[in-house]
Design a protein around this ligand. Structure first.
Ligand code: MG
Length: 371
């Protein structure tokens, strides 16, 4: 039986790599729907190659070869066995909720879903018997390590440290967009690459891990590991540590998520050699230089709408940085200023979450004018 899958965000970095995996495992998958944003040329190529029944794009008139369906329609189509949510930004949240309510398993690559609404999404997935399978390499690693969550005492999330790991704070303050986008290990979209430079990405991953594995924040540790070979680890109550290792490649966690619980050769990276890798380094994050990480922990521990505020201020500031409107450290200054002023709403509804998100973005844009 082929596994029926839809990919939200098939033209993005994760979506394209997912299709490379599916191409390798073409006897295992049938694609129900593909969706893209503004890159209709690539989406049309993908439709031609993979023949989905349905497709969605912002400019649908430019799409040929598949029937039109909205994200909501795609996510309520019970033909799907699994939906890979690989869109970036808040746009991923509502379709994910729709898929959960329709009992469809989720391979989750969209960070905002859990950062903005983890307290709603995870209990809902439990209620509907839906699996949320993480795609991010760190959470995928933890997912692979855990046998019985009740016996796990600590999660250890690794961070490559990004392009500024060995730069001074001053060098980082004056970094250009190109420098921030020059990630030493991973080739990803622009937003997540800037987040990896400030370590906000790691902060968002800590919040996601808290929700995915129901682990308190003081039991989630971040360690800098520049080689990106150990993708994350867990420590059991008896002190035993289990880590997942592999060469840095997103194909592996994507493939694991969409084929779970099976494993296939698929796109196998070259065979792993400890002796060739020779050494693995680990160090504590520099909390002054990577203040974003501390802000993310603070927001997570505050709970309620604090993580919505953190995410909205950060995303808006990253976009402004990419447009050359603000400096790299102004991203952190924005998040800090917004969090200081934010009146936390306990247990916000989805509607309240979107309202707060909108409000924080508007306030952040006002703040940029002052930098
Ligand atoms: Mg990651």
């Amino acid at each position: 039986m082929k596994r029926k899958i839809s990919i939200l965000g098939s033209t993005g970095s994760i979506g394209r790599q997912a299709l490379e995996v599916i191409e390798k495992l073409n006897d295992k998958f049938e694609i129900i729907a593909l969706t893209g944003g503004s890159n209709t040329e690539l989406l049309n190529e993908q439709i031609k190659k993979f023949s989905p029944k349905y497709a969605y794009a912002a400019n649908y008139k430019d799409i040929t070869g598949a029937e039109y369906a909205t994200l909501e329609e795609i996510c309520s189509n019970k033909e799907n066995d699994i939906i890979l949510v690989a869109v970036s930004g808040r746009i991923g949240l509502k379709p994910t909720i729709t898929a959960i309510k329709n009992g469809i398993n989720i391979a989750l690559a969209n960070k905002e879903t859990l950062v903005m609404a983890g307290d709603i999404v995870m209990p809902m997935a439990k209620e509907y018997g839906v699996k949320i399978i993480p795609v991010d390499s760190e959470h995928c690693a933890i997912h692979q390590c855990i046998k019985d969550i009740a016996q796990v005492d600590k999660l250890i999330i690794t961070a490559s440290g990004g392009p500024f790991l060995h730069k001074t704070i001053d060098e980082m303050k004056n970094a250009t967009v190109d420098q921030a986008l020059a990630h030493p290990r991973w080739n990803m979209g622009k937003k997540i690459t800037v987040d990896s430079a400030t370590l906000m990405n790691k902060g968002l991953e800590v919040i996601e891990a808290h929700h995915l594995f129901n682990m308190p924040y003081d039991k989630i540790e971040v360690v800098v590991h520049p080689q990106s070979i150990v993708h994350s680890a867990i420590e059991y109550v008896d002190g035993s540590v289990i880590a997942q290792l592999g060469l840095p490649s997103m194909h592996i966690p994507i493939q694991y998520a969409i084929t779970y619980p099976d494993r296939f050769e698929g796109i196998k990276s070259k065979s792993f050699s400890f002796s060739q890798i020779a050494r693995l380094d680990f160090e504590e994050p520099d909390w002054d230089k990577f203040k974003a990480l501390k802000l993310a922990y603070d927001a997570g521990k505050t709970e309620g709408s604090a993580t919505v505020c953190l995410n909205a201020a950060n995303e808006e500031a990253v976009f402004a940085f990419l447009k050359g409107k603000i400096k790299l450290f102004d991203i952190i200054n924005t998040v800090e200023a917004m969090m200081e002023k934010h009146d936390v709403v306990k247990n916000p509804s989805i509607e309240e979450i979107f309202c707060i998100d909108e409000e924080i973005r508007a306030k952040s844009r006002e703040l940029f004018l002052k930098f």
